[in-house]
Structures are given as C-alpha cells and as structure tokens.
Design a protein around this ligand. Structure first.
Ligand SMILES: Nc1ncnc2c1ncn2[C@@H]1O[C@H](COP(=O)(O)OP(=O)(O)O)[C@@H](O)[C@H]1O
Ligand SMILES: [Mg+2]
Length: 342
C-alpha cells in the first residue's frame, strides 16, 4: 500500500526576478516500510519537497496538487490536526542540524519536550524516555545536559535522528543527513539511519545529493532535476540500467568511475529551458527535446522516466544509442565532455 502519494505537486514562490517554480508537477509515491532516495543537484527542489510534506513552508508559498498520506490529503488538513501529525505520523531530520536544533536548550530538554507535548508525560518520565532514545542512537546519557554546539556534526545528526524517530512515526524524512560529514562518520550515520528505520518498520524519504549514500540503503530512487522528477524506480534497476541520460551522468560521476567533469549549470527555476529541462546538458539530445516537454512515462512496474527517447511503448528506441545527425552543435559539444557531477 502507498503510504505517501504525491500527485502533481507545485510549489511556487514569488521572487524579485519572477516566480520560482521550486516543485513543478512532482508526482511520487512511497510504499510502507520502504526507503526512497530523492537525489538531485543543489537547488533542484528537494528540501522544498520534504518541507511541504510536513507543511513547513512559509505562507507565501503557493502550493497546488495533492499530498496523500494514508489516503488523506495533507494539504487540506487543518493546522491544529497537522500539528499532531508532525513528529507522530511524520518525523523530519531537517537539513543543517546546527540551525534546526534550538541553541539555548540542552539536547535532553529538546527531546523530553517532545514526549511532554505529544504523550503528556511528566518531567521525569519524559527524561527517562529521552535517555532511552538517545541510547538507541549511540549518545551516552551523560551528554543529555549538553547544548547542540557542543556536539560534532555526526553527533548532531544522531540527535536529529533521535528527535525524528522519537514518536515512532510511520514516515521519516531525512534531509541531507550526511552533508559535511567525513566518509567514516557518513557511513556510520547511514547505517544507523537504515537500521533504526527498518527496526521500526517505518518508511524513509532520504533526501540527498549523494548518489552513493542513496545506493547504500534505498529500495527505490527518484531523480529530481529543476523542480521535476526525471526518473523513479527500484534502486537496483536505476543503478544498473538507468533510463534517463541525466541519471547516467550522475552514475558516471561517482568516484569509482573517476570522472568528475562538470558540464553546464543547473537551470533557473524561474525560467527553465523549454522542452526537456535537461536538454542543454544532455548528450543524447534530439531536436524535439528543445521544443516539447516530455511527460513522465511509465516504463515498467513502479518505474518512470521523463525522456523523449522512450516511445509510447515505454521502451527506449534506437534514438537512445545516439543519432548524431539529429544533435545540435551545442549538444555535440556537451556530449564530448559528456559528464556532469554534483
Ligand atoms: N522562500 C523562498 N522564496 C523563493 N525561493 C525559494 C524559497 N525557498 C526556496 N527557494 C528556492 O527554491 C529552490 C529549491 O530549493 P531547495 O528545495 O532548498 O533545493 P535543494 O534542497 O534541492 O538544494 C531554490 O532555487 C531556492 O532558491
Ligand atoms: Mg536541500
């Protein structure tokens, strides 16, 4: 069963230069007890997607579409009900724990406060529960009286994880939980996150710009680009035979391939390229790619690709192998360098 079913979600902001289309027709589903990795370059709209699920956006954001959680549209839920949902049904580890944690409360107080508010526990019981939760994430009880700034980046993420899972939510959203961590700490956090989420039978929406992290623990992967989903499907399939040229570029930019050549820039979310938004950076670009916006096409069970290379049958046709005469000069140049990374 689908735990979360996002349908045609749009999140627009009015900015000085025009309307920022941070999420522009996003459709995405997440099953029960499933780990979904949402990957994409900085600025493509990942955090906005995570925040809108928790309804944590400013009132200025224009939000359209449907956000079905257990069949109920979160976008129409009254704020007082949403407040009870936050933490209890859906937990979140916000990007940048140093900013997300309250600097003037000890970590113990911050976690105990959650148990007091949501479960009506008294001081002592709440502290006891906080202590037990911190133990699960590998924080010793003698650190409960410390403030967030006294913790390292990795330990702050453990605090965020304790807070995110405190009320055993059905869904945890983790926004860049490994950003800025050294490789060994990164692996520890990813392993802990995955182990706890599996233990709780919760679902996880793992937002990351790091494909390696997503590859380690995800059941499914969705690739975001300029406010849109370009590809989604089982992690194994995406990692072994990606459908979209952009996903192929991401895979080739992994360190094991040793290719780290950046080609082009992420497009503006105010005036994204016409046609396929990736076409100016694509090595398999056709003439129509700069004119016609491709739909997200179903190419297999719970597998989707937004690329003109896929015909109505959902199968890639010969164009994917490259029809050089159809490529524009600009694209040919891109194809030669051929890789991007983020
Ligand atoms: N309040 C806002 N007003 C205008 N633009 C915003 C606002 N919040 C985010 N954005 C823009 O939305 C885009 C997507 O941001 P974000 O979701 O944080 O990207 P990501 O998490 O993928 O790096 C960015 O271009 C960002 O500048
Ligand atoms: Mg972000």
């Amino acid at each position: 069963m689908k735990l979360l079913d996002i349908k045609n979600l749009r999140v627009y902001f009015e900015a000085e230069g025009g309307i920022v289309k941070a999420n522009d027709g996003v459709s995405l589903e997440l099953g029960e007890s499933e780990i979904l990795g949402l990957i994409g370059e900085t600025g493509c709209g990942k955090s906005i997607l995570g925040r809108v699920v928790m309804r944590l956006l400013s009132e200025k954001a224009r939000v359209e579409g449907r956000l079905l959680y257990k069949g109920q549209d979160l976008l129409t839920l009254p704020e007082n009900k949403m407040r009870l949902f936050r933490g209890k049904e859906i937990g979140i580890m916000l990007q940048n724990p140093a900013q997300a944690l309250n600097p003037v409360l000890t970590v113990g107080e911050q976690l105990a406060e959650i148990y007091r508010f949501h479960e009506g526990l008294r001081e002592r019981e709440a502290k006891e529960k906080a202590r037990a939760m911190f133990k699960r994430v590998g924080i010793k009880p003698d650190r409960l009286g410390e403030y967030p700034h006294q913790f390292s980046g990795g330990m702050q993420q453990r605090v965020m994880l304790a807070i995110g899972l405190a009320l055993k939510p059905s869904l945890l959203i983790a926004d860049e939980p490994t950003k800025g961590l050294d490789p060994s700490t990164k692996h520890q956090i990813v392993a802990l996150l995955s182990a706890l989420v599996r233990e709780e039978h919760s679902s996880l929406l793992l937002i990351t710009h790091d494909l390696e992290v997503a590859a380690t623990i995800c059941d499914r992967i969705a690739v975001m680009y300029a406010g849109e989903i370009l590809e989604a499907g089982p992690a194994k399939k995406i990692l072994s035979s990606p459908g979209h040229p952009y996903t192929r570029n991401l895979l080739h930019s992994l360190p094991k391939y040793g290719l780290n050549v950046a080609v082009g820039q992420s497009p503006s979310l105010i005036s994204p390229p016409l046609g396929c938004r990736f076409h100016p950076r694509c090595g398999s670009c056709l003439k129509k790619c700069s004119k016609i916006h491709p739909d997200l096409l179903k190419t297999g069970p719970r597998t989707y690709v937004r690329c003109h290379v896929y015909g109505k049958s959902g199968k890639a046709d010969e164009i994917m192998k490259g029809a050089p005469e159809e490529m524009s000069e600009k694209t040919k140049n891109t194809a030669e360098v051929g890789r991007c990374h983020f």
